[in-house]
Design a protein around this ligand. Sequence first.
Ligand code: HSE
Length: 311
Amino acid sequence: MKHTGIKVFAPASVGNVIVGFDIMGLALNKPGDEIIARFSDKPGLRITKVTGAKGRIPSEVEKNTASVAALSFLDHIGEKGKGIEIEIHKKMPFASGLGSSAASAVAGVFAMNELFKRPLQKRELLPFAVKGEELASKALHADNVAPSLMGGIIFIRNNHELDIQRLPAPKGLYATVIHPKIEIKTSESRGVLNKHITLNNHVLQSGNLGGFIIGLFKSDFDLIGRSLNDILIEPQRAGLIPGFKDVKNAALEQGALGCSISGAGPSIFALSANSFIAENVGSAMQKVFHDLKIDSELFISTINPEGAFKY
Ligand code: HSE
């Protein structure tokens, strides 16, 4: 017997947000991943269909980000043996810096919670989504998973405790994200990072992080702009992305508040104070990649307030 299913969406996200390496992320409206889930008469969780992945994601449940997150949730609610089928529809690029694996993990666990009629609150799904993301990124950081699940701009006081706080998104704030069609593995982009930082850089980066957060609370775009300066990570990763400096300069020339690498790259994002600037910034960024003969796709988005949802 074919059971009726439910369909959920989990959005892409921008990790780090320039000054919050591994501890801050924001949710975009699009792109994102969709999962359809339904009960089945065959026991156990199965992946019955994957689209949009060009054969690149495993359909074995123990190896797939979405199903690993789903399984850990099912284990928690005592339903691991229950017959369930999921279809995964990947609607965003891999290894892009847009939180692709996080969106899959979030969609996986969110779909299970909806299928079982919400035994847990949305916030309580975070640890299970992190399990799926950990499988893909081989590191524990919730700066993509948390905003993809919860929406908004999320600050993570501690990734191990998953102590997260939602930051206010000032009215008018837009994210412009450009994805050059090259791939950078998160592990490679993390591999270039020096494990040690100087005291001076720690002081500068802490000042910028604090300034950015206060700017969000006060809707003070000048303070936000002054604070969006990554002393620590961007200088070490910029060389991995062809044209990065030119793209960043083009965004700032068009009035972006700040511009940097989205997550582990190669996507580059900028924040702007209104949609008009955000669109001009996007055109300028895209022109740089066009001149370099690198295909790119552009996403312009308000800060997604909702995160994962059921259609
Ligand atoms: N915070 C992570 C990084 C995000 O920048 O490496 C990547 O998924």
